[in-house]
Design a protein around this ligand. Structure first.
Ligand SMILES: O=C(O)C[C@H]1C=CC(=O)O1
Ligand SMILES: [Mn+2]
Length: 373
């Protein structure tokens, strides 16, 4: 029985400027490219989703262009005419025909949840079983590439009470310079902040063994993805030696990766990302695996704009415990908005609206202005 059919999918590439260059081990972002998905339904309701990557194909297997092509050519024909109200049936139909493509899948799952929430008058968090909090603590990434600038940026964030957890992007430079950069920032901030690093797979195991020891000895709270996702045995060995906990990020490209990492004992903390699991419901499956294995949770981001950020937040506020908080600051890295009601950040937290669906409206004029022609 079809309640209301999916009528169309529209994938829109949007290019937005960033407040400053954002330097990661594998790429320096000068701007950000979002893929916004609109799913229109026969009852007149529209759901919005987002699939956003970092630096084209430099981070993972999908790019904005591949996501749009795959949504247009492969996802849309499978979904048009299907029941928009039955999200299980729609996602299982995709599972039968499409491998991988978790970013595109996440946009679809998000848009269907947004539409269903608007239809029923319920926030997405309530469709996911119910929120247990209304806000989430949010970390900020210091990635200007300059120690003095990073310290000034952190001081400003503490002062305006927006962030007190800082993640430093390292791995691009010489290891000794990177370590000196991190130690200088931790010294400047002291106990006023939690300082963590993200190496984005840049080190080999030998380097990582030494560097993790130094980071742990200097008060760094968490070390994210120090070595390649492909070196699983190395991750297990490193995990046994590092004095500071290791977080798996790139290692998780799907829910099954999360299971295998948990089974192997490869990391005591998982970064949860809707895009890398296939949506807000899919990421909760990874969270369940972690919870069953005693692994700590962190609410991660692919530096999405407001749509993807809020979709992540609706999933994360349903969790019992986020021991390492979140990094849902994506919209704050952008100088422009494409929604008419920007996200609310204050007192170190992102506040999640209790409005139907995601609780966002697209600003049509701004979307028209920033969409790729
Ligand atoms: O975690 C990543 O690797 C990607 C992203 C998240 C925060 C940030 O600054 O970059
Ligand atoms: Mn990361």
């Amino acid at each position: 029985m079809i309640h209301t059919a999916i009528e169309s999918l529209e994938a829109i590439i949007v290019d937005l400027p960033t407040i400053r260059p954002h330097k990661l081990a594998m790429h320096t972002m000068q701007n950000q490219t979002l893929v916004i998905l609109r799913i229109r339904c026969a009852d007149g309701i529209e759901g919005i989703g987002e699939a956003t990557t970092i630096g084209g194909l430099s981070y993972g297997n999908e790019s904005p262009d591949s996501i749009k092509t795959n949504l247009d050519r492969h996802f849309a024909p499978l979904l048009v005419g299907q029941d928009a109200c039955n999200i299980n049936a729609a996602m299982q139909r995709l599972d039968r025909v499409i491998k991988g493509n978790t970013f595109a899948r996440s946009a679809v799952e998000t848009a269907l949840l947004d539409a269903q929430g608007k239809r029923l008058g319920l926030p997405v968090s309530e469709l996911l079983g119910g929120r247990v909090r209304d806000s989430l603590e949010v970390a900020w990434t210091l990635a200007s590439g300059d120690t003095v600038k990073d310290i000034a940026e952190a001081e400003h964030m503490l002062e305006i009470r927006r962030h007190r957890i800082f993640k430093l992007k390292i791995g691009a430079g010489e290891v000794s310079k990177d370590l000196a950069h991190v130690i200088a920032i931790k010294k400047a901030l002291g106990d006023r902040a939690s300082v963590r690093v993200d190496v984005n797979q840049a080190w080999d195991e030998g380097v990582a063994i030494r560097a993790c020891q130094i980071l742990g000895d200097n008060g760094i709270d968490l070390i994210e993805q120090p070595i390649s996702r492909n070196n699983r045995a190395g991750q297990v060995r490193l995990n046994l030696r590092s004095p500071a906990p290791i977080m798996a990020d790139e290692s998780i490209e799907c829910v099954e990766d999360a299971f295998n990492l948990a089974r192997d004992g490869a990391a005591p903390v998982f970064a949860l990302k809707i895009a890398k699991n296939g949506g807000p419901r899919a990421v909760l499956r990874t969270a369940s695996i972690a919870e069953a294995a005693g692994i700590g949770l962190y609410g991660g981001t692919m530096l999405e704009g407001s749509v993807g950020t809020l979709a992540s937040a609706h999933a994360f506020i349903t969790l019992n415990k986020l021991a390492w908080d979140t990094e849902l600051f994506g919209p704050l890295l952008l100088t422009e908005e494409i929604v008419s009601n920007p996200l609310q950040y204050h007192d170190f937290q992102l506040h999640v609206p209790a409005l139907p669906g995601l609780g966002l409206e697209l600003d049509e004029e701004r979307l028209a202005h920033f969409r790729r022609k």
